[in-house]
Each structure stands twice: as structure tokens, then as C-alpha cells.
Ligand binder design. Sequence first.
Ligand SMILES: NC(=O)c1ccc[n+]([C@@H]2O[C@H](COP(=O)([O-])OP(=O)(O)OC[C@H]3O[C@@H](n4cnc5c(N)ncnc54)[C@H](OP(=O)(O)O)[C@@H]3O)[C@@H](O)[C@H]2O)c1
Length: 399
Amino acid sequence: MERTSAQLNELEITYQYGVSLDSLGLDNSELVRSDFIFVFTFILKISRQTNSNPIFEYLIFYRYQKSQFIRPHLCSRYKYLTLSHLFRVKIQTLITSALIVSSLYLIWLNCARNLERRYASKYAVVTGATGGVGQEIVAEMLKTMHVIAVDRDEQLLTDLVLKHKSSKNLVLPFVFDFTNKLSTFGPKFDSFLRQYNVDKLDVGMCFSNAGIGEFKQFEASSFEAKARFMQVNFSSHLAISDYFCKLFLTRTHAKSALIVTSSLITGTCGRFFALYHTSKTMLSALAASLYSEYASKGIDVLAVHPSSIANTKFMKGEGMKTLDSFASKYISHIGNLWISVTPKQIVAQMLSRVGKLNQTFVGFATVLNAIQGALLGRNLNAFLWSKCTFLDKLFTKNQ
Ligand SMILES: NC(=O)c1ccc[n+]([C@@H]2O[C@H](COP(=O)([O-])OP(=O)(O)OC[C@H]3O[C@@H](n4cnc5c(N)ncnc54)[C@H](OP(=O)(O)O)[C@@H]3O)[C@@H](O)[C@H]2O)c1
């Protein structure tokens, strides 16, 4: 008498497991009726009877199934249920999809925006316009619109205007020192716009980029100096954000952009740069909060985090003149390390990421630093830095 496939399966199961379906209270018609239900009932029952783990039993069952002890018509269905098969499919699919999605995402991220179409802006405001990054922003923005260059030094602004006098767009100089009373920024800027006959609604982009560095022991400066530092490095951005968010909300005909220059240092708290870390962390937090509040109202807010930047005045600033000549020499070289990025790279990221992200990181060192900052957290980061006492000796060795 020829055996049915169900009877064959029953024989194989009995042979492999040493149990009959009868003893498990299963009917071999279930093998035919529903393979799926059968497998799970079978595994549950056998694990109960042998007092073992159902997952373990399932894996054994799968091994038998793979070695063809169980009929192919069963295998073809089970293979979609097996853990390892599912896992294998997932890994392959996951890797392939992740590669495709991340490549497409990177291409999209790096595509330059059509600024004219998105912002319909005739003027871009740039603070810190005579610095390394600022000059690059000015040069790039002049390709599509006029620039209002903000800086504390009138002579440097005049030089900047002359440098671009053959450009098809204008550089308008606005002298403002962010160590002055910040509440005067708005009224002074308003009268500046009136003086140059600029319609406020034509100002659709602002780069809040001015900033200074500080590398010294916390106790080495007076409270007044600390307050001044925080005013330039954070409150100036607050004043700019206050003015431009309000202005941009009135630009109902197009989107607007507020881009702030933060730093790699947000990912690390550490010895000698307490204030710089604090000011830039506040700035990045402000940008993220403003993004969440205003993205739906047509304002793109972006914080850009560069690592050390090549060829800017930053490292030669007053606050970077550290405690002895060895330290100064060391610090002045940071800007030209192989991990440094160029102002061009920073501006390219500003203009391609705006409206897509609210935080962006320029250079692999910044990306790594942001990851370690997130992984270690403030507790561990500060603990590790607290153990770096050798830095004190290094930076104060002549004292
Ligand atoms: N360089 C780096 O390694 C680095 C790394 C990460 C982030 N950043 C950030 O990148 C931004 C641009 O820096 P940068 O490298 O281009 O430095 P930079 O060449 O020194 O430029 C800084 C700009 O800020 C202006 N500024 C400073 N204090 C001011 C004040 N009180 N009022 C008005 N303007 C003031 C400077 O004006 P003057 O020209 O008149 O001095 C200059 O135009 C800063 O926010 C900085 O914190 C720099």
C-alpha cells in the first residue's frame, strides 16, 4: 500500500524524535490540514513532554528540516517561518536597503539648494563677515544676492566692500560690536536698512557666525571678562535670532533661513574651554529649539558644527593666547591639523543642509566627537577630563 505524504512525515517525525504523534495527542491529518499550526503545536507539545525549551526544540526541528528529514512540501512552507532563515533574509535585505537608502540620503543631503527659489531673498546678513568663515559665506552668497556684512571693525568692512566691488551684487557694511549693548542691535539695524533703502521683507537669510575662542583655566579670567565672552559667543546669537525670527515670520511669501556657526566642542566638555563649550552648546540647543518651533512657520534654522578650521584668525584671538609659549604654539597649530576643515567645506554644508537638517557636522572629527559625546554622556566625559591633570602641568609649566 502506498503511503500518503502525511503518513511519511509522521514516520519521519517518529523516527527522529522517538515519539509518535498519537502520544502527543496529534492527528496526522493535521499535517496535511495546516503545516504551520502543526509545527507549532508539535514543538510546544514535544517541549512540554521532554521538559525542554520550545525554542531549542524548534532549532532542532529546523536542522532536521534542513537535512531533508521532513518532506519538501513542508519545508517550503516552514522555511519562511524559521528563525535563521528569517534572520538571514533580514540581514541581507537590511544591509542592501541601508546602503541604498544611505547613499540616496547622502546624495540628497549634498545637493545644493536653489536658494533663490526657496527663500526669494534679495539680501543675506552675515555676522563675523570679515573672518575666515564669514568671508567665504559673503563670497558665496554674492553669487545670488546682496550681502549685509556685519562686523565690529569698520576698516575691515571697508576692505571687504572694496574686495567685492566688481561683483554683480553689493556688500553693504554694517558696523556693530557684539560687546556693546545688544538691545541696540534691532533699532540700529532698522535705521541701517532705511538708510540703504532696503525693504525688510527682502532679507530672507541670516548667517549668525561671529564668535571668539577661549582656551584658559576658568579661574584665570575675571567675571567681567567671562560675561563679555558669553555676550559675544552666545547672547549675540540670541539677539540676532530674536530680531530675525520676528522679521522672518512676516515674510509670508517665502521661506527664510537662520544659520548659526557652532562648533565641534559641543560634544566635549573639558579642561580650559569651559566657556567656549558652554556657549556653543547653548547655541546648538537654541538652534534645535527654534527649528522645532519655526520649521512649520517657514523658517529653516540650522546649527553648523565645524572642527578646527584652517586659515582663519580664530586661533590668534586674544582668548587663545594661553598661559605660556609652549601652549600658545600648540594651540596656534590646531587650525592647521589634518583633521581641520576649510571655510569652503563649511559653507558648502551650510547651503546644502539648510532646510533639511537642524544640526550638521563638518569633518569626520566632528562626527566622531559628536558620537563619543552622545555615547559617553556628560558624566563620563567630565570624569575622564578630570583625570587629565597632566594638561595643567603642560599648560602652566612656566608659572
Ligand atoms: N576656527 C576654528 O577652529 C573654529 C572651529 C569651530 C567653530 N568656529 C566658529 O566659527 C565661527 C567663525 O570663526 P572663524 O574661524 O572664521 O574665526 P575668525 O576668522 O576669527 O572670525 C570671527 C569673526 O567674528 C567677528 N567678531 C569677533 N568678535 C566680535 C564682536 N565682539 N563683535 C562683532 N564681531 C565680532 C570677528 O571680527 P573681526 O574680524 O573684527 O575680528 C570675525 O569677523 C565662530 O563662531 C567660531 O566660534 C571656529
